[in-house]
Design a binder for this molecule. Sequence first.
Ligand code: DC
Length: 230
Amino acid sequence: MKKITIAIDGFSSTGKSTLAKQLANHLGYVYVDTGAMYRAVALYAMQNGYIGSDFFDKDSLIKSLPLIKLQFKYNADLGYAEMYLNDVNVETVIRTIEVSGFVSKVAEVSEVRAKLVEQQQEMGKDKGIVMDGRDICTVVFPDAELKIFMTASAATRAQRRYDELVEKGDAVTYEEVLKNVEDRDYIDTHRDDSPLVIADDAIEIDNSHLSRKEQFEVVLELINELTKTL
Ligand code: DC
């Protein structure tokens, strides 16, 4: 079957990465979680004292960009690639609420976006890729054969993210998570560079009332239909 590019955009905690991983495993494609790349840069900014609750030294972060090495390394036990920042596995730490609190600010910086978009386009040049993020359909792969835009209500998404964090042992409240989801929605959709918008030719999937299995089947059907015509 001819390999295609599958681009998935959408709001935070809409299950983009779950769907993307299912598709990649089923199709034998490479999965790239671009949010993890922005999270790793945010972690770097935190570790180096460039960002905190009341300051953001963008210039120092921009100057340091050549020193930030991002890599995905496949973990066969997990069935997906983990994020490495300068050779250190940061897959778990980038998912904490602290990193979630700063990542949208870091993702607003055009120089950060330019560096990550270039790396993402390079990773996808041979197709056979599933990539999820906020600008994948619009900026990274505007010519992707399949574009999906995922949505769900903020309350549904906050509950999902809260359950995940609590299961991992994070001491967070539902209200804190809901505020983080709403704040990130606002920043992601209002930033000047590559705001989150639905591409004209993207297929919108609201999964507030779909199980993971149902959603996977809906998208697989779309892929089967599409690849028949290629
Ligand atoms: O998908 P996520 O929640 O892990 O993404 C983390 C943040 O990174 C999110 O607030 C928006 C930003 N992001 C982005 O601006 N562009 C992408 N392609 C992916 C993520």
